[in-house]
Design a protein around this ligand. Structure first.
Ligand code: ADP
Ligand code: MG
Length: 321
């Protein structure tokens, strides 16, 4: 089963940032209000995610490391229909097969701690713990040298981790996130539900008035969010985030639609800071794309593009912004 887990890991866990994403999404699924992420050496030495969520029942702890044991969803379409982010039951067993993992958890009462290394159980014992779960992943890919070789420079891997945590923080303004690397805090969000505040924190925008609120809708879509003033743009598309029914996605056409909303106000090579949340019927999402890749195709995409462009354009025109 270790080999099967390692093969599955190849698909789910490409790099340290994948581990961070999977662990944090588990914490979000567990109704956490505070999620603290600690990283050492760009995640290769240590990734630790501590949450204050529901925890795992003591007797269910080993099951969490069994592949597919937790699979909740049969149909990929469900990905956008239901609230939970996890759906394959592959992440924990995959990670545990290629690293040294300790999970400590409590649902409120006596907790449980399990230590698995390279897919093999080392210890499992009762543990004192406050309500919530902490997962510590050490020496990622220690037994997969080919994967280690394929990784980019530490700074690049760290940038990917930061990017994922930033986008999760933008997707869940009501959850407080913190990210620390080698003891230095890289980001923190307040978790007070204020999207504008999260945007300011994540992108270091000191004056929240640099962002304007946008809102628009048609029969199929509702579009809300914040975009930066035309003169406060950046040199990269990096600062554009699109959330589909609250979930971060990548979509080139929708990114373009946001940029197009600036019309001639945007200088060549400049891009806005933008967080756009699209609400739509999940049935309009074409999920014939690998779910972990975050790429989606949308039916009626031209209509949605037009709505996004028009909403931003009209807003910027309304007060001569
Ligand atoms: P999935 O998220 O697809 O169900 P995972 O392998 O990511 O699969 O996690 C396995 C199971 O372990 C989850 O379904 C959940 O029940 C439990 N679990 C993992 N992390 C946490 C956490 N931080 N808090 C509570 N339960 C967790
Ligand atoms: Mg999961």
């Amino acid at each position: 089963a270790i080999l099967a887990d390692q093969i599955a890991a190849g698909e789910v866990i490409e790099r340290p940032a994948s581990v961070v994403k999977e662990l944090v999404e588990n914490s979000i699924d567990a109704n956490s209000t505070e999620i603290d992420i600690r990283i050492e050496e760009a995640g290769l030495k240590l990734i630790s995610v501590i949450d204050d969520g529901d925890g795992i029942d003591r007797e269910d702890v080993p099951m969490a490391f069994e592949r597919h044991a937790t699979s909740k969803i049969i149909d990929r379409q469900d990905l956008f229909r239901i609230h939970s982010l996890g759906f394959r039951g592959e992440a924990l067993p995959s990670i545990a097969s290629i690293a040294d993992v300790t999970l400590s958890t409590s649902t409120g009462g006596e907790g449980e701690e399990i230590h698995i290394s390279g897919g093999k159980l080392v210890t499992e014992k009762p543990a004192i713990s406050r309500k919530g779960t902490s997962v510590t992943v050490k020496d990622l890919f220690y037994n997969v040298p080919a994967r280690l070789k394929y990784l980019k420079a530490p700074n690049t891997e760290l940038a990917r981790i930061t990017d994922i945590v930033n986008r999760l923080a933008l997707s869940y303004p009501q959850i407080s996130f913190s990210l620390t690397h080698n003891g230095r805090e890289l980001m923190r969000s307040a978790g007070r539900g204020d999207l504008l505040q999260v945007i300011s924190g994540v992108y270091g925008i000191s004056n929240a008035r640099e962002m304007v609120k946008v809102e628009g809708q048609d029969d199929d879509f509702s579009v809300t969010g914040y975009v930066s003033l035309p003169e406060l743009t950046r040199a990269s598309r990096q600062y554009i985030s699109i959330l589909l029914n609250g979930r971060y996605v990548r979509n080139f056409q929708l990114t373009k639609a946001i940029v197009n909303g600036y019309g001639s106000k945007l200088m060549v090579g400049r891009f806005p800071v933008a967080v756009i949340n699209i609400q739509m019927d999940a049935l309009l999402v074409d999920v014939n794309v690998h779910p972990t890749k975050q790429e989606v195709r949308i039916n009626k995409e031209p209509e949605l593009m037009e709505l996004i462009t028009k909403t931003i354009y009209n807003r910027l025109a309304s007060e001569n912004l």
